[in-house]
Design a protein around this ligand. Structure first.
Ligand code: GLN
Length: 484
């Protein structure tokens, strides 16, 4: 049952072919068996999960169940969970037990999901490989010598290895799509403002978005349905009706215009991976879509602009971790200054410190014009590129990454090489657009992903295109050998 989708499990629960308690216990056993190898979970909440499962079974018995009642999921460890350790994979929060739930966590709980635990990630979601976690790296289930991607590597690896059918995650510059691509699963970053950020530990507030990882587009639709919608506790959450995502999945693709951004097919894409994407484009042509080349002329500037804006926002957001209010505090501080310096110095890891220094510098009066302000102008140009492209086409398609998962340690010595792995994902965050990665094929036995980017609030279109592709092909059903 561990390789089934949420939709299949939901049907099995409704038909009483299995109970939520049986399903939960089976997945807890798998976590127990495999987490030592994968390190995908920081915290496993077995007792609480079994209790939630019992309650779900009662709801099912009473005929009060919804599509997600009794479905086990995991939350990335930057979602606040009341009474459950929430570390952000940082020493700074190694002892933080939030007194409240993130809105996403609360909404999914209301829908009846069973939380199995909290997944590993890059520290404060800063990274592309999951190697910056204070709790050690996550391993890719397809090849445990390789990274699962980051920063939501724990969620992606857990879904790929059949430890859980779906998981929440966050995407600030690609942290859902890149690990989904590296692990052969599907990941959706909704439009900025579609899902509440309340209770998610902030990294870069103008870019962060609550997201989902699962094994199919249909499952992404089910999870997004429960998460999306206005929340008065997040002032950037948009008050807009949420469509019925599942109802739109089957729509035919006749006449849908797919744009291939020229810049996504040039440098930086391995030839074998480019062939996989070309085959996917052919599949869409067969399904009735019209294919057109378009251009995003400022894409080459996206990574640089992001690495000014994101650290600048992080330097402000992470100022709250001062050793006084909550989180890590150094031993025996001499005075207040020593308390601040050592608590932050000892509590944060190297990559987080690098970002805080870069971000603070970009905001200094003497650099603001040339760094922060310039990056904001580039952000607007990138946004405008998309608006122009969407005058000609309905959706954009390209590779999610330029290559399959790299080896552990391969890029950790060179931050710029690491940052460049996000060259196809970052622009969607800068423009606030929804984007989805789905398995498109394999290169050297490793999964690779294709990315679909849509108009603002047009998640339904992305889910529709991804679902149609998954009905016509079976890349999303291929599982890593050692975790079948
Ligand atoms: N990999 C990017 C970074 O290092 C994006 C991270 C994210 O989306 N959280 O910042």
């Amino acid at each position: 049952m561990h390789d089934k989708t949420i939709a299949e499990l939901s049907a099995a629960l409704a038909a009483r072919e299995l109970s939520a308690v049986e399903l939960t216990q089976a997945l807890l056993d798998r976590i127990e068996a495999h987490n030592g190898t994968l390190n995908a979970f920081i915290t496993v909440t077995a007792e609480q999960a079994l209790e939630q499962a019992r309650r779900a079974d009662e709801r099912i018995a009473k005929g009060e169940a919804g599509a997600l009642t009794g479905i086990p999921i995991a939350h990335k460890d930057n979602f606040c969970t009341a009474g459950v350790l929430t570390t952000c994979a940082s020493r700074m929060l190694h002892n933080f037990v939030p007194p409240y739930d993130a809105t996403v966590v609360a909404r999914l709980e209301e829908a009846g999901v069973v939380m199995l635990g909290k997944t590993n990630m890059d520290e404060f979601a800063m990274g592309s490989s999951n190697e910056t976690s204070y709790y050690g790296p996550v391993k890719n289930p397809w090849d445990t010598e390789r990274v699962p991607g980051g920063s939501s590597g724990g969620s992606a690896a857990a879904v790929a290895a059949g430890l859980v059918p779906g998981a929440t995650a966050t995407d600030t510059g690609g942290s859902v799509r890149q690990p989904a691509a590296f692990c052969g699963v599907s990941g959706l970053k909704p439009t900025y403002g579609r899902v509440s950020r309340y209770g998610i530990v902030a990294f870069a507030s103008s870019l962060d978005q609550a997201s989902v990882i699962a094994r199919s587009a249909e499952d992404l639709a089910l999870l997004l349905q429960a998460m999306a919608g206005f929340d008065e506790r997040d002032s950037t959450c948009v008050d807009l009706a949420v469509p019925d995502y599942r109802a739109g999945l089957e729509q035919p693709l006749d006449g849908v215009r797919i744009g291939l951004p020229r810049e996504y097919f040039q440098d930086g894409v391995e030839p074998e991976l480019a062939k996989v994407i070309e085959a996917a484009v052919e599949e869409y042509r067969r399904l009735g879509a019209e294919i057109k080349e378009v251009s995003l002329p400022h894409n080459a500037l996206a990574v640089a602009a992001y690495h000014v804006i994101a650290p600048a926002e992080a330097s402000s957001n992470l100022a709250r971790f001062d050793g006084v209010r909550y989180g890590y505090r150094c031993e025996n501080p001499r005075d207040l200054e020593d308390l601040y310096m050592r608590s932050r110095g000892e509590g944060f890891g190297t990559e987080v410190k690098r970002r805080l220094l870069i971000g603070t510098r970009a905001l200094l009066a003497e650099y603001y014009q040339d760094a922060f302000l310039k990056a904001q102008k580039i952000r607007r140009l990138i946004h405008n590129d998309f608006i122009e492209a969407f005058k000609q086409v309905d959706v954009l398609l390209g590779p999610t990454t330029g290559a399959p998962a790299f080896r552990l340690g391969e890029k950790s010595a060179d931050p710029v090489q690491m940052y460049l792995t996000d060259v196809f994902t970052i622009a969607a965050n800068l423009a606030g657009l929804p984007a989805l990665s789905l398995p498109a094929g394999q290169v050297d036995g490793l999964p690779v992903g294709m990315q679909l980017i849509g108009r603002h609030f047009d998640e339904a279109r992305l889910l529709n295109l991804a679902h149609r592709f998954q009905q016509a092909t079976d890349w999303h059903t291929v599982r890593p050998q050692n975790f079948e």
